[in-house]
Design a protein around this ligand. Structure first.
Ligand code: TTP
Ligand code: MG
Length: 406
C-alpha cells in the first residue's frame, strides 16, 4: 500500500432530521418516519430508512409520499433543534481536526492529514469519531476515508447507514472504476444520459475514454471528467471561518439585452473581484453569477472551480459558462459576480493540480498581478487587458450606477 499523503474524511449523518426525531421519541423506533411533507404543498425533507423502503425520498412532494407510505409518521421539521444538534456534531468533529469544512447541517469534510500521531490509523480515527457521535449524540454517522474530497464523499455513501468505507491511497482509480458515472460530482441527469447513450456507464469507462470522443460529447468538461475518473481531486478542505465571499455588482441605467453585452459588462466586475482577492491574498473555489431581470426577479447561479483561482480571466470562464447555461430570456438590469468559498492564497494554491490548464494558467495570474501593481501606482484605468475594447468601454460609464443603488 502507498502511504497516505493526504487524508480526508467525509462524515455524513444518517437520515439526520428523522434520526433526531426518533432519538427524541422512542415510540418512533423502527417506524417509517417522514420529516416534512405535512402541509398541503410540503415536500419531504428526509425519511427514516424504514420509510425509504416504501420509496419515500428527500424533496418528494408530501402527497406522493403519503401515497407510497400512508401509514408513515409525518412530522413537521424543527430546524432550530436540528441546528443545535448540528453544532454539537461540529464540535465533536473539531476535536479531531482544526480543518473542518461543514457542507450542510449534517455533513462535513475533515482534513486529517498529519493526525496519525494523535489519532492513529485513519480507520481507527474514523471509528473513534463515529463512536463519539453515537455516545454523545445518540445518533449514527457514516464516514468515508480517502486521499481526497471527491472519493471521501462517495465513500461515506457506500455503506450507509452506520457504515465506514475506506479507499486506500493508490487505489483511487480502482475504487471508482465499477461505480456509476452519476457518482461523479457535476454529472447531472442530462450529461449522464448522453454519456450512457455512447456507452459510458461506469467511472472506469470514462477513465479510459478517448479524450477526443469525450470532448465531442462533453466539451470543455471532458478533461476534467477524465481526471476525476482517475481519482484525482485537488480541492482542499477549507474551514469556513473567515469572510465567506467577495463580490461586485452593478445596476445599469439601460437594461442589458444580449448575452454578449452581458459578458462585456461582467468582465469589469470579474476584474474587480479578482483584484480584491489578490489584495487580500485570497483565492476562491466558488464563483457566483447574479442577475436581476427587468421584472426585478433575481436569480443566482453558482459553481465550484476546479482549483483555487484569483484571476479575472479564470473567473470569467466560469461566469460565462454559468451565463450561457442560464440563457437569460429577459432584459437584465443588474449583474453581479461573487467569489464564494474563499481561502488564503497559501491554502492549496501551490502544488495544486489543475484540471484545466486554461483556467489555472500561471501566466494570467502573473499578468494580473503586474496590472495591479501598475494600477496601484498610477490609478485605475491606466492599464487594460487586450480584450477590453475602448470603444465599448466608453459606453459603460454613463450606464453604470453605484452598486448601492440596486
Ligand atoms: P442528507 O445527508 O442528504 O440526508 P439524510 O441525512 O437525511 O440521509 P442519509 O445521509 O442517511 O442519506 O441531508 C441531511 C438533512 O438535510 C436531511 O436529514 C434533511 C435535510 N434535507 C432537506 O431538508 N431537503 C433535501 O432535499 C435533502 C437532500 C436534505
Ligand atoms: Mg446525511
Amino acid at each position: 500500500m502507498d502511504s497516505w499523503s493526504n487524508i480526508v474524511f467525509h462524515v455524513d449523518m444518517d437520515a439526520f432530521f428523522a434520526s433526531i426525531e426518533v432519538r427524541d421519541d422512542p415510540k418512533l423506533i423502527g417506524k417509517p418516519v417522514i420529516v416534512g411533507g405535512t402541509g398541503r404543498r410540503g415536500v419531504v425533507a428526509t425519511a427514516s430508512y424504514e420509510a425509504r423502503k416504501f420509496g419515500v425520498r428527500s424533496a418528494m412532494p408530501g402527497f406522493r409520499a403519503q401515497e407510497l407510505c400512508p401509514n408513515g409518521i409525518y412530522l413537521r421539521p424543527r430546524i432550530n433543534h436540528y441546528s443545535s444538534v448540528s453544532r454539537q456534531l461540529m464540535e465533536i468533529l473539531g476535536r479531531y481536526s482544526p480543518r473542518v469544512e461543514a457542507l450542510s447541517l449534517d455533513e462535513a469534510f475533515l482534513d486529517m492529514t498529519g493526525t496519525e500521531r494523535l489519532f492513529g490509523e485513519p480507520a481507527m480515527a474514523a471509528e473513534q469519531i463515529r463512536e463519539d457521535i453515537r455516545r454523545e449524540l445518540r445518533l449514527t454517522a457514516s464516514v468515508g476515508v480517502a486521499s481526497n474530497k471527491m472519493i471521501a464523499k462517495i465513500a461515506s455513501d457506500m455503506n450507509k447507514p452506520d457504515g465506514m468505507t475506506i479507499c486506500l491511497p493508490g487505489r483511487e482509480a480502482e475504487f471508482l472504476a465499477p461505480l456509476h458515472i452519476r457518482k461523479i460530482f457535476g454529472i447531472g441527469p442530462r450529461a449522464g444520459e448522453t454519456l450512457q447513450k455512447y456507452g459510458f456507464h461506469t467511472i472506469g469507462d470514462l477513465r479510459v475514454a478517448d479524450p477526443r470522443t469525450l470532448e465531442r460529447l462533453m466539451g470543455s468538461q471532458a478533461r476534467r471528467l477524465i481526471t476525476l475518473a482517475s481519482g484525482v481531486d485537488a480541492r482542499k478542505v477549507t474551514t469556513g471561518r473567515r469572510r465567506k465571499s467577495l463580490g461586485a455588482e452593478r445596476t445599469y441605467r439601460r437594461d442589458v439585452e444580449t448575452v454578449e453585452e452581458m459578458l462585456q459588462r461582467l468582465r469589469p466586475l470579474a476584474d474587480e473581484v479578482a483584484e480584491g482577492l489578490r489584495k487580500a491574498e485570497w483565492r476562491t473555489q466558488g464563483v457566483r453569477l447574479k442577475i436581476k431581470y427587468d421584472t426585478f426577479q433575481t436569480v443566482t447561479r453558482e459553481t465550484q472551480t476546479e482549483s483555487p483561482i484569483n484571476d479575472s480571466h479564470a473567473i470569467m470562464v466560469y461566469i460565462e459558462r454559468l451565463l450561457r447555461q442560464l440563457t437569460p430570456e429577459r432584459p437584465v438590469r443588474l449583474l453581479g459576480v461573487t467569489a464564494t468559498q474563499l481561502l488564503r492564497a497559501d491554502e492549496g494554491g501551490q502544488g495544486t493540480l489543475s484540471f484545466d490548464a486554461q483556467l489555472a494558467d500561471p501566466r494570467f495570474e502573473k499578468l494580473e498581478s503586474a496590472v495591479d501593481a501598475v494600477r496601484n501606482k498610477f490609478g485605475a484605468g491606466v492599464l487594460r487587458r487586450g480584450t477590453d475594447r475602448p470603444q465599448t468601454r466608453h459606453n459603460w460609464g454613463p450606464d453604470d450606477i453605484d452598486p448601492t443603488d440596486s
